[in-house]
Design a protein around this ligand. Sequence first.
Ligand code: PBG
Ligand code: ZN
Length: 279
Amino acid sequence: MPGIDRVSVDEAMREVEQAMLVGVTRFLFFGIPDEKDVVGTRAWASDEAVQCMVTELDTRFPEAQTITDVCMCEYTSHGHCGKLTNDGEVDNDATLPLLAKTAVSHAKAGADIVAPSAMMDGQVAAIRTALDDAGHHDVKILGYSAKYASAFYGPFRDAAGSAPSFGDRKSYQMAPSQCYEAMQEIEADVSEGADYIMVKPALSYLDVIASARANFPNTPLYAYNVSGEYAMIHAAAANGWIDLKNGALEVLLSIKRAGAENIISYFAIDAARWIKGIA
Ligand code: PBG
Ligand code: ZN
């Protein structure tokens, strides 16, 4: 991914500083552990990268907001988003306590918002209960509510080494042909206590964003402009086929026009500079 690197906690703080200077104040963190295992034990380790990052950021930039991705796929040796049964299928219910433990460890480190992205049924409720039991009533939940089984996650999985080692994610992520199902998934997250909802990816799902905005007018909506969407604009620009700045801003604008008031994007810092006219 052009311009995007995996960084240490120290390097991340320098990136954060640059971002804050141009007005980007909310950050979503993913971690890549040194060692992965079958259950993804490092996901809830208090000394793992995400936990350290959040604590450091809280101390150095108290005005910034931290969001943490809560999923197992960066931490499991098989790359699936949850615990497996003996038959090699993802075990929804056995995964819930692991996601809950992970979210609590992020909250303990100081996360403002936890964002479960595993697409396990009941994950928002399990996390809300665990956060409340641990006294983290003020930590918010951003549900990756409508997350599709998309081809556009490729560059991210490359970077995180999180591509499934067998099979795919179609048993837990949504089929791209469905829009109504997305509304049901969002409804479930909201009823389980999600403070914010999300549609992901963004560009191929602008209709889903618009439907979510119309059907859930009282819940802040995020859209995730994912790695493949970022990489393809860069690739076209590198080939001289489209203009990077205008292409990227047009896509971001379309996501906003569809109804997302919060956009998660690898273009965030560039976009802030472009919009503010900073070279
Ligand atoms: C973890 C997760 C993924 C992304 C965000 N959280 C990967 C996946 O579901 O395979 C993708 C982000 C991107 O492509 O930018 N489940
Ligand atoms: Zn995952």
